[in-house]
Design a protein around this ligand. Structure first.
Ligand SMILES: [Zn+2]
Length: 460
């Protein structure tokens, strides 16, 4: 979530309270049990439309003068969920942040489609392990199982639709949330099947396996932020690029598809040729850029990639963010100096990363207090590494934690204070050191970077 965007939305929210409720206004209200922030923010795509604070009873009310019918998101830090709005809707939500999605219930005008969407969301989450297991099946069996899961949901949708007819748009979104999830399950089948079965080559697929490709809609703007749709699109473009490369480039060099720069250029051209809808196009381009750049290719290759990216998507709405990431990655290549980042030790003294790696080999790793599971895992892993690799000093950099809480945790878990440091500005550190992977680590020696894309699990 973009912080500046949120801030802007708080400033822009007008206080024009309408005295009379009009037929086309939307009333969106609710109660948040165990709130984790003071606000509820309503988003359409990337834009914040309204933000209201919770009252003393943890309730909020949003009155919107007019809304375009469609899919929105409401955000209550740090989580968000869909809400489908239409003119005249009067919706109440209730949720408990301890079980955010599971506890969410909609009531009032517009409740049917909203409760259905959250139900589908939960069903898909629940199915994940089962689906992964089904990839071991042969193509026809696999498709039958996936189709029958989808059929149950479609029947459920028809029942709701018959009882309380949904608007055309609501029906479309509800149906798309089922269909694109089905496509999303099927799209990576050959890759997961090969992996699951340990087969040498990709399985032959029946001719009609990808028949649903004919029903893919690249142009429906309302689907852009529907998660099953976007998740499917990412797989779909990757898959089409793979097929394309295999057909076109494999004869010249059979390993071409494994070359990251080569493959991701295919992806860029595939998006360029298939996707016209601007927001989706920009988001998919951005996704390829992030995935590729974070994979840690050579400096020469990332330069070529970004040049190509600018040629195809120079006007991308995310271009600043992508350029910033690219520049940050360029600065932490091997043999370059550690970025000038300051952290604090337990006595409050400011220290630079450079200083911390002076005359020794260090491994910087990252953790934050709210991620308890991660903290436990990384603590365990670092303890192992410390005894296995005594030549390194392992230095924990704490992010996104209140200073007082961090200090309490140092004592509570008896962490070695000479090896623990606290970062004040999370965004600055995360950006400069490109911390996107929770197990990312940076190996440095005497102020110089050895590997800024190491991982506490895979690099040792
Ligand atoms: Zn190729």
């Amino acid at each position: 979530m973009d912080k500046s965007l949120l801030l802007l939305s708080f400033l822009l929210i007008s206080s024009c309270a309408t005295s009379e409720r009009q037929a086309n206004t939307v009333h969106f209200a609710g109660e948040i049990v165990n709130p984790t922030s003071d606000y509820v923010v309503l988003y359409k795509g990337d834009s914040a439309l309204d933000s209201v604070s919770l009252d003393e009873n943890n309730r909020f009310v949003m009155e919107l003068d007019s809304v375009d019918e469609g899919l929105y998101n409401f955000y209550h830090y740090p989580e968000y969920q869909y809400v489908f709005l239409e003119s005249g809707d009067s919706l109440q939500i209730r949720l408990n942040t301890h079980y955010f999605d599971e506890s969410l219930v909609f009531a009032g005008e517009g409740e049917e489609v909203n409760n259905f969407l959250i139900e589908m969301f939960l069903a898909h989450e629940k199915e994940e392990d089962l689906i992964y297991d089904l990839y071991k099946l042969e193509p026809d069996d696999f498709c039958n199982r996936i189709d029958s899961l989808s059929e149950i949901k479609l029947v459920q949708l028809e029942e709701i639709h018959q009882e309380t007819p949904l608007s055309e748009e609501a029906y479309k979104i509800a149906k798309a949330s089922i269909d694109y999830n089905t496509f999303y399950y099927k799209e990576p089948y050959p890759y997961y099947h090969k992996k699951k079965k340990g087969e040498q080559s990709m399985h032959e697929l029946p001719d009609n396996f990808y028949a649903y490709h004919n029903n893919v809609d690249f142009d429906n703007q309302e689907f852009t932020y529907l998660r099953p749709y976007y998740n499917f699109m990412k797989y779909h473009l990757g898959n089409l690029s793979y097929i394309n490369c295999k057909k076109g480039c494999m004869t010249a060099n059979s390993k071409m598809v494994k070359n990251q720069l080569h493959f991701n250029r295919h992806q860029l051209y595939m998006i360029d040729s298939l996707v016209q809808q601007e927001v989706l196009r920009d988001n998919l381009f951005r996704n390829v850029a992030f995935e590729y750049l974070l994979k840690h290719d050579s400096e020469e290759n990332i330069e070529r990639f970004i040049e190509e990216f600018h040629n195809l998507s120079g006007n991308n709405r995310h271009i600043d963010e992508i350029d910033r990431l690219y520049l940050a990655i360029k600065k932490i290549q091997p043999d370059k100096a550690l970025p000038a980042i300051s952290v604090y030790d337990a006595s409050g003294k400011q220290r630079s990363l450079d200083e911390l790696s002076k005359d020794r080999q260090v491994v910087f790793y990252f953790w934050s207090a709210p991620q308890k599971g991660h903290f436990k895992n990384i603590r365990k892993r670092v303890t192992e590494l410390k005894s296995e690799y005594p030549e390194y000093t392992f230095i924990g950099i704490n992010l996104r934690t209140d200073l007082g809480r961090w200090k309490t945790m140092l004592d509570e878990y008896q962490l070695d204070k000479s090896e623990q440091f606290w970062a004040e500005d999370y965004e600055e550190v995360a950006h400069a050191l490109v911390v996107y992977d929770p197990f990312k680590s940076i190996i440095a020696k005497n102020g110089t970077i050895v590997d800024a894309f190491a991982n506490v699990y895979s690099s040792f």
